[in-house]
Design a protein around this ligand. Structure first.
Ligand code: GTP
Ligand code: MG
Length: 259
């Protein structure tokens, strides 16, 4: 669509985005798909956090996402505020084959709503959609039975094997789409089901976030406040110590995302 024509390329707005969620739900894989359009079947756990960037072209503006991909392991939890502080956007990821990961996602959302920037745009992403699509269930078309179950709210965690490493195809869905969607609506979140493996839904997350970001507000803050509130102004105000910085990824020449 719109070519970032008429010299508007340098009007790129920097948007700080943080990914949060339980370990092994696929945060790094979602980012890798978005930034490099790649997938690694045996991606190693993130230590601390990783930093990557990607551009996203809107009709009249180019956004430059500065992405903090946090580590989901519990021992890193206390670092999270340093990454979501001043973030304009957050993607909270869970694994649709693991019910407990939605509970963890909800607690991240609560924490963000209490402690992050009040205008933060939050998206909830149910990842590993490919695992349930390759089994018998119909993609995106839940049976009426599961609607009834959704009334009972919490899907029973427990018995079903959880292929959190992505090793077994055909894992069981533990989080009904409509349950997560209902929660997202109630909490005021964007909602997606995604697969970092196939790429389904990944670009949509970042495109829809981009549309909701109050760009004019950020630009005004950047101009008026000398890059103040976490908008532009160098590397994410308060880059935490000990962060694993994957700048190499950021240095690869990249066109705008598919937005
Ligand atoms: P931490 O860094 O420990 O918090 O984990 P993470 O949330 O970044 O998860 P990561 O991206 O490292 O993925 C964990 C495992 O799940 C890896 O083996 C991935 O290959 C796999 N995985 C991630 N996304 C998907 C997906 O969409 N489908 C399938 N089948 N596997 C996935
Ligand atoms: Mg990771």
């Amino acid at each position: 669509m719109a070519d970032a024509a008429s010299g508007s390329t340098d009007k790129s707005v920097q948007v700080k985005l943080v990914l949060l969620g339980e370990a092994a739900v696929g945060k790094s894989s979602v980012v890798l798909r978005f930034v490099s359009d790649e997938f690694q079947p045996n991606k190693e756990p993130t230590i601390g956090a990783a930093f990557l960037t990607q551009k996203c072209r809107l009709e009249d503006r180019v956004l430059r996402y500065e992405i903090w991909d946090t580590a989901g392991q519990e021992r890193f939890h206390s670092l999270a505020p340093m990454y979501y502080r001043n973030a304009q956007a957050a993607v909270v990821v869970y694994d649709i084959t693991k019910a407990s990961s939605l509970e963890k996602a909800k607690s991240w959302v609560k924490e963000l709503q209490r402690q992050a920037n009040p205008n933060i745009v939050i998206a909830l992403a149910g990842n590993k959609l490919d695992l349930v699509q390759s089994s018998s269930s119909t993609p995106g078309a839940p049976s009426s039975e599961s609607e009834d179950e959704a009334d009972d709210a919490t899907a029973t965690p427990g018995e079903a094997p959880s292929p959190s490493g992505g090793e077994s195809e055909g894992g069981l869905r533990q989080v009904p789409r409509e349950e997560a969607q209902a929660y997202a609506t109630e909490a005021g979140l964007l909602f997606f089901e995604t697969s970092a493996k196939t790429g389904e839904g990944i670009v949509d997350i970042f495109t829809e976030i981009a549309k909701k970001i109050p760009i004019e507000h950020i630009l005004a803050a950047t101009r008026g406040g000398a890059g103040r509130p976490g908008a532009a102004g160098g590397r994410a105000g308060g880059a935490p110590e000990g962060a694993v910085n994957l700048e190499e990824n950021a240095n690869k020449p990249k066109d705008a995302c598919n937005c």
